[in-house]
Ligand binder design. Sequence first.
Ligand code: SF4
Ligand code: SF4
Length: 249
Amino acid sequence: MIIFSRNRTETTLDTELAETIATHFHVHVLSIPFFYDLRSFGATIQRLRTLNEPCLFLAPFPERATKSLLVHLEIKKITVALDISNTNSDQILKFIEEADDLFLISETSGGYVERLDELTVKRWYPVIDQSECIGCLECINFCLFGVYVIGGDGKPVTDQPDACRDGCPACARVCPGAAVMFPMHDDPDISGRTDAQTIRQKVRIDLSQTKEEHRHQKQPDQSNKWNRLEPDELDDWVDQIDRFDYRQF
Ligand code: SF4
Ligand code: SF4
C-alpha cells in the first residue's frame, strides 16, 4: 500500500497523481488529507495506526519532519517517506519503482485509490526529531505557552501543539541539537529539509564567529572609576555614604 498525503489546498493534480500511481503499479493508494493538519485522535490517524504491512508514504513536506511525526503519532508501519513538494510525477514514479523491493508492492487486484476525508484546519506546531534530541530541555524552558511536556525518556514531547504561536519558529532557533522543526517554514534549516548535522555545523561556525567578534570588541572605558565598579562594590560605597556623619564638620 502507498499512503498519499494531499496538499493543504487540494488541486486536481493531487487526484491525478494518486490515480496514476495506483494504475501504474496496480497498487492500493490510500489518499489522505494534508498529514500535518490531522489530529492525533482523528479517524485518519487511527486508520494509519492499524496498518499491518510496510507502506510507502508520499507527502508534500520534509521527510525528516514526516518520519518524526510518524514516530510521535505511533504510526509504525511506514518506514520510508518521500517529500513530493518539488517533484514531478515522473520523478515520483521512478522513486516508487526503485523502492518497490522494499515495499513488496505485489497487489494483483488492480490499482485503486481509496480516499479518506476529514475536516481539518490549518495548524502550526513543532515536530521533534527524537533521534537528534540531546535532552537539554532548552525548548521547554524557552516556551511560555506550555506546548511541551517532558516525556518518559526525559526528552520533550509536543503535548499541546495548538498552543504554539502561529508562524513563530523561536524554539527551533534555540535548539542545540537542530531537533525542533516547523515543517511549514520557508527556511530549510527550520522546516527539516536540511539534516540536523549540517545545521549544527553551521551553528558552530556562527558561534565561533561570534566569539571572534567578542575578542575584538572595544574594551570598556577605564578612565571613570564608577564604570569599573562591580555592583557589590557600588552597594558598599552607597552604604558608606549612608553611615557618614556630616555633623562632625
Ligand atoms: S532544545 Fe532541542 S535538543 Fe534540547 S531538549 Fe529541546 S528538542 Fe531536545
Ligand atoms: S514556537 Fe514558541 S510557542 Fe511554539 S513551541 Fe516554540 S517556543 Fe513555544
